[in-house]
Design a protein around this ligand. Structure first.
Ligand SMILES: Cc1cc2nc3c(=O)[nH]c(=O)nc-3n(C[C@H](O)[C@H](O)[C@H](O)COP(=O)(O)O)c2cc1C
Length: 479
């Protein structure tokens, strides 16, 4: 049977469902099931009410944050004094845009009320395995599966024993047995209970079963004058552990590496208002900067004039001309990796007008062009400050591979990313790119031994990710 994600529905439909479920004292999911069941049994579909002016389209901010959540947690609260800390845990999870649905054991209700959990989670709270309201379509299975993570806090000695043994005689244990999601336990109990051989056996078994655990920590027990290991971890620690399971930290293979990247065109002034430029958009270089930053690198991006926003966390230096770009690149050294993706103008105007050039009877003023500095060759041939890995880009409209191979040898760089920029490819200014990565291991390799890896057509972001992955592999190999 297909499953339905409420938060992906239109706002108007969500508002209508929330209003209706609140009026009927049901959760939104249950309300949807009731509507569908009624409809199957012949009741008219509630379309009129959807457009009713009484259905609010704007919801309170707290509710919007809740439905915009990217992950959801089923929080099982066991019967221990620490259950009061789980009220804060609900708040901490929701602060992190995680939807929370609470299940309270019978014993937990001696310590906290379903009403408190419901008010904090903005969701119906579940307490009963044999609740006809949610069990007509196996509610305990849904609570076990329609979430990204199950958190048990406090995890009592009793709940852990049931889990280790595979019991399912109440809602909490039935959910835990039916779960196919990761489970995080936050045990809390008297130190003697924690140190008891039976609990130790159960904990060992649960760890072997792949159950995540946080705590308990050492400290004084709330209910007695005893101290020892058994205190439940703080709500903020449990929330952080939950986030760590839901969104594992991304690998950062370029952490500690300095990456220098150039991007975009250069503008070479003819006079104060005119310039020579090219069609480079800067998208590929900016995408590489973002990918390198995501891989943990310390990234400096020297960009010619482009209409792109600075990638987050990247040090962006904006320049105009090829000479500006070279100065800023040199100033940004040393770097571990330099990637020259900018389309630097080969020539600039030697006789740049100090004033705007005027039309004259003699016709067009002659423009004398002079060669610009070659940034890739200059940096590749540095003695002391040459980055260990220098990568150039070759934008060609013919004989792509041969020209790119010759460029590696001529410029003295290590790799070349060659792309065909003929107008028909739409690469210049477009969002996709077809590239060939030319690599050589060591400078004395002959042109024939340069390796060519041809990649399929990809978005510029995908090219960036692939390139950064390749760089990370090489850095790892060489370190
Ligand atoms: C005042 C009081 C405090 C308790 N605190 C804990 C506790 O912190 N940890 C624990 O494992 N059991 C504790 N218990 C025992 C549990 O409530 C009992 O084992 C219960 O059956 C657990 O049910 P549950 O696991 O279904 O929530 C406590 C009992 C009482 C009366």
């Amino acid at each position: 049977m297909a499953s339905l994600t409420i938060r992906k529905l239109d706002d108007a439909i969500k508002s209508y469902l929330r209003l209706r479920s609140a009026k009927n004292g049901r959760s939104v999911e249950e309300e949807v099931r009731v509507i569908l069941r009624d409809y199957c049994e012949g009741s008219p579909a509630p379309t009129a009410s959807l457009t009713s002016p009484s259905a609010p389209t704007e919801r309170p901010a707290v509710e919007r944050a809740n439905t915009a959540g990217q992950a959801s947690v089923t929080l099982i609260i066991g019967g221990g004094i620490a259950a009061f800390k789980s009220m804060e845990l609900i708040r901490r999870l929701k602060e992190r845009h995680i939807d929370v649905r609470c299940v309270l054991t019978k014993a937990a209700q001696q310590f906290v009320t379903p009403l408190s959990a419901s008010a904090l989670s903005h969701e119906r709270v579940y307490t009963d395995l044999f609740d006809p309201g949610s069990e007509f379509d196996a509610g305990h299975i849904r609570l076990a599966r329609e979430c990204d993570l199950i958190v048990v806090a406090p995890a009592t000695a009793d709940l852990m024993a049931k889990m280790a043994q595979g019991h399912a005689d109440d809602l909490a244990s039935a959910i835990l047995l039916a779960a196919d999601r990761p489970i995080l336990l936050a045990p809390a109990m008297n130190p003697l209970m924690w140190n008891n051989a039976a609990t130790r056996r159960n904990v060992l078994q649960l760890r072997r079963d792949g159950i995540h655990m946080i705590g308990p920590s050492a400290g004084e027990m709330a209910e007695s004058n005893e101290a020892g290991i058994g205190r439940m971890s703080e709500a903020i620690e449990i929330a952080a552990a939950a986030v760590g399971i839901l969104r594992p930290p991304r690998p950062r293979p370029l952490a500690g590496k300095r990456v220098l990247i150039t991007a975009g065109p250069t503008h070479e002034a003819i006079d104060p208002v005119r310039y020579i430029a090219n069609r480079s958009s800067g998208k590929q270089g900016f995408a590489i900067a973002a990918a390198a930053q995501a891989a943990g690198a310390d990234v400096t991006l020297v960009s010619g004039p482009v209409e792109l926003r600075d990638p987050a966390g990247v040090n962006v230096i904006r320049v105009e001309s090829a000479r500006d770009m070279l100065h800023r690149v040199e100033a940004a050294l040393p770097a571990d990796i330099a990637i020259f993706a900018a389309a630097v103008a080969d020539w600039r105007v030697a006789n740049e007008g100090e004033q705007k050039l005027k039309k004259t009877a003699a016709g067009m003023p002659p423009l004398q062009l002079v060669e610009n500095p070659d940034i890739l060759a200059t940096i590749s041939k540095l003695k002391d400050k040459r980055p260990p890995l220098v990568i150039g880009f070759a934008a060609e409209t013919e004989n792509l591979i041969d020209n790119a191979k010759a460029k590696i040898a001529r410029k003295g760089c290590d790799w070349i990313v060659a792309n065909d920029v003929s107008p028909a490819t739409g690469v210049m200014g477009g969002d996709r790119n077809t590239v060939h990565l030319l690599t050589r291991d060591g400078k004395d390799i002959s042109v024939d031994d340069i390796k060519v890896d041809s990649w399929p057509v990809m978005t510029k972001e995908q090219v960036a990710t692939e390139l950064v992955a390749k760089i990370a592999k090489t850095v790892e190999k060489n370190s």
